[in-house]
Write a protein that binds this ligand. Structure first.
Ligand code: CP
Length: 309
């Protein structure tokens, strides 16, 4: 397979296993490029990409921008704050105005689930979802699975537990789809109030006991509590959450085997993960961020190949 089967990347749900393997193979080549003294290839000199972010971001935004620049694309960045969105302009009008400046591809982060899919049907450009509310964050899941493959040799057959605020997490949903398509077994772990009621429909194991979940897994992906998406209290206090579901060195060292620790970021040190775990040899948090650039180069490159030019 040499072409990706989708025209836009709005979610992992739409990808075939072969698409994910093609993205990984392409990312392997780009990882080699970005470790050279000159970290750039001329592949997309004729492409212009707009990064439009309606929500805060550090890793995803910088990673996409670096990926685009390392492919030699022209790049424009748009933040909702300070834009005419504040004067009442709609999403479609905003994007169509940006596209009329000869933009070919849009990378969008938005607070509304389904915003990327909606946009892909309304405008004439390739759309990449950089996180849509509580729905999906496909490139995060791809870089997470790629990092597991790099660390453990393969994803198939591995056991991955996702711990924390599953209810509000786009990273959890995209990871579940991605890991299952690649043949991994997935468990979610957290307080009952932060596990969605439909979770069993996704074919994952569920645990409410952190140590039991960690003993089961090869990899633990620790999620942040998304206080910004919670309008009611889902647990009594952060301190109590941390006592029951926070990963610390004592728990890590008590396990019968050495597991790999991941986190999509941003980390709340001392809440879902302590500093000594986040910065330990078992943590691959910064490798995840490094791999994000190669994965995003691969996604952009493969979607750009489908643009008529
Ligand atoms: N992992 C992630 O999406 O981080 P940012 O919100 O900083 O982009």
């Amino acid at each position: 397979m040499t072409n990706i089967s989708v025209d836009h990347l709005t979610g992992i749900k739409d990808l075939k296993q072969q698409d994910i393997e093609l993205i990984f193979k392409t990312a392997d080549s780009f990882k080699e490029v970005i470790n050279r003294p000159i970290k750039k290839v001329p592949s997309l000199r004729d492409i212009t990409i707009a990064n439009i972010f309606f929500e805060n971001s550090t890793r995803t935004r910088l990673s996409f921008e670096l990926a685009e620049k390392r492919l030699s694309a022209d790049v424009v960045n748009f933040s909702a704050s300070g834009s005419s969105v504040k004067k009442g302009e709609t999403l479609v009008d905003t994007v169509n105005n940006i596209l009329s400046m000869k933009v070919d591809m849009v990378v969008m982060r938005h607070a509304s689930p389904g915003a990327a899919e909606f946009l892909s049907k309304k405008v004439n450009a390739r759309i990449i979802n950089a996180g849509d509310g509580t729905h999906e964050h496909p490139t995060q899941a791809l870089l997470d699975a790629y990092s597991i493959r790099e660390k453990l040799g393969e994803v198939a057959g591995k056991k991955v537990v996702i711990v924390g605020d599953i209810l509000h997490s786009r990273v959890a949903l995209s990871n579940i789809y991605c890991l299952q398509k690649l043949g991994a077994e997935v468990m979610v772990c957290g307080p009952t109030t932060l596990i969605p009621k439909y979770i069993h429909e996704l074919g994952v194991h569920v645990s409410h006991n952190l140590v039991e979940a960690l003993e089961w897994c090869d990899v633990a992906n620790m999620l942040r509590i998304q206080l910004e998406r919670q309008d009611i209290k889902f647990f009594p206090s952060l301190r109590e959450y941390s006592m029951l579901f926070g990963l610390n060195k004592e728990i890590l060292n008590s396990l019968s085997k050495e597991i790999v620790v991941m986190h999509p970021g941003p980390i709340n040190r001392g809440v879902e993960i302590t500093s000594d775990v986040a910065d330990s040899k078992q943590s691959i948090i910064l490798q995840q961020v490094e791999n994000g650039v190669a994965i995003r180069m691969a996604v952009i490159y493969l979607l750009a190949a489908k643009i008529e030019r």
